[in-house]
Write a protein that binds this ligand. Structure first.
Ligand code: GAP
Length: 441
């Protein structure tokens, strides 16, 4: 049985294969040969991704009195990125191999003198700083004055709306602004499936605190974010918190820790928790001329809040949850693939399966589907043998299968099968919601 993502070198291929075969993730523009490093989320992937984002929102916004939400624009003018430092600093060192023309990020090479593509030594050009932001033009005129950028992080939306949110929400530090949305980076070396792409989704929260409390809240959010992944079923031996060395810190950060997952290629970043200090608010105040601070009426003190930022990738987290959940086990001399996803993340919570395709069962099975669909994402499948349908639902992580059989017509009960234990209970249709409700929380 394979439970640990890091212990199986074929796991990566299996996840990519499963993603395509079952409809989690497709290569974008597939019919045109594929558009490199961009992906489309299929019928199951969109559900998984929505569930990841929903769980993040629930924990970061809904269950808290001190965090509010935001949905800021993707397009923004250069002034934002001038102030944030992204125009000057958001770049990676790029080298070209003159022997094979491959491009690499210098800071990611095992040996800065050896090309990993062709093995040539000393074949690299001088490193050039390559800015990762996508630039485009607003309106019909392609002139410099019309240049705008696709945001490379959602965070700046929170900083430039600091005053708007402060005034309208009547919050006071410590308080946070949270946002989920697309970000874009012209990555030099996208790869590892959806791990590093040029278009991706982030889940970020900026938590504004009195300066003297910043260390406390930094540690608090590191712990909160670790607990979120663990609570949703990530095994503790595949998750760790790693503090950045000084030379790894971003231009804005005075301290960052990464939540790392043990991917098949080794430990890698899922999320960063950064102490951004007062860098962003000060920069935007200086560049915009607006006052971005907080006046504490109780103490009569005015100060620029410091910011603690847990910044996660939704698409990256969805992939990590898939990897952590993937398992193979031998049942009756056959290999069963099962995604042991937490029910809160599973694309479908329940599948309704009439035992046979005979018309006699369909109306009752549809009634059961109608009973469940208002409460949970419910699949309905009447093709192939019941064994094959169970296998399919196991492989996509559906926690419960509800089978409608010929006895159902007599006793108004169904068989409920548990994905993980494969145990079956006979449950009255009238009690089905009450049976599933505590199990799917
Ligand atoms: N506002 C801070 C910030 O954006 P980051 O570490 O650059 O920090 C946060 O990004 C998270 O966004 C990362 O931990 C990762 O999960 C996700 N992310 C960043 N670049 C990505 C990419 N090219 N593809 C997929 N996810 C990415």
């Amino acid at each position: 049985m394979t439970d640990a993502a890091g212990s199986d070198n074929q796991l990566f291929d299996k996840i990519v294969n499963l993603s395509k075969r079952r409809g989690f993730v497709f290569q974008s523009a597939d019919i045109y040969g594929g558009f490199r490093s961009t992906y489309d989320y299929g019928p199951l992937g969109v559900l998984l991704l929505r569930n990841v984002k929903e769980q993040w929102w629930r924990s970061m916004v809904q269950l808290r009195h001190d965090v509010v939400g935001l949905d800021a624009s993707v397009l923004s003018p250069p002034q934002v990125w001038q102030a944030s430092g992204h125009l000057a600093n958001f770049s990676d060192p790029l080298v070209d191999c003159v022997s094979c023309n491959a491009r690499h990020r210098l800071d990611k090479l095992d040996d800065p003198n050896v090309c990993p593509t062709c093995g040539a030594t000393g074949s690299f050009t001088e490193a050039r700083e390559f800015n990762l932001m996508f630039k485009t033009h607003a309106g019909p005129v392609m002139e410099t004055a019309a240049e705008v950028y696709l945001r490379p992080e959602t965070a700046q939306g929170m900083f430039i709306n600091f005053s708007n949110v402060l005034v309208t929400s009547r919050k006071r530090p410590p308080f946070g602004i949270a946002q989920i949305g697309k970000s874009f980076r012209n990555e030099i070396t996208p790869g590892n499936f959806v791990f590093r792409t040029r278009e991706f989704e982030q889940m970020e929260m900026e938590y504004f605190v009195p300066p003297e409390e910043s260390q406390h809240w930094y540690e608090y959010w590191c712990q909160q974010r670790m607990d979120w992944y663990l609570d949703l079923g990530m095994p503790s031996d595949q998750l760790r918190l790693r503090a950045h060395d000084d030379d790894e810190l971003s231009h804005y950060s005075s301290g960052t820790s990464d939540v790392e997952f043990l991917f098949p290629w080794g430990w890698d970043e899922l999320e960063g928790v950064a102490n951004r200090g007062d860098f962003d608010l000060r920069q935007h105040a200086e560049h915009s001329g607006e006052r971005l601070d907080y006046f504490d009426q109780a103490t009569g003190e005015r100060y620029v809040p410091h910011v603690i930022e847990p910044a996660a990738g939704a698409t990256r987290a969805a992939m990590a949850f898939l990897m952590a959940a993937y398992a193979e086990e031998e049942v009756n001399d056959e290999v069963r693939t099962v995604l042991r996803l937490d029910p809160r993340l599973a694309p479908y919570k329940v599948a309704v399966l009439p035992l046979s395709k005979k018309d006699t069962l369909t109306p009752t099975a549809m009634q059961v589907f109608d009973l469940l669909k208002g409460q949970w994402m419910t699949d309905y499948d009447e093709t192939q043998s019941i064994g094959k349908r169970y296998a399919r639902q196991d492989e996509i992580g559906t926690p419960y299968c509800v089978t409608v059989d010929f006895d159902t017509l007599e006793d108004a009960s169904v068989t409920v099968r548990n994905r993980d234990t494969r145990e079956q209970d006979r449950v009255a249709i009238a009690g089905l919601l009450a049976y599933l409700e505590p199990r799917l929380r």
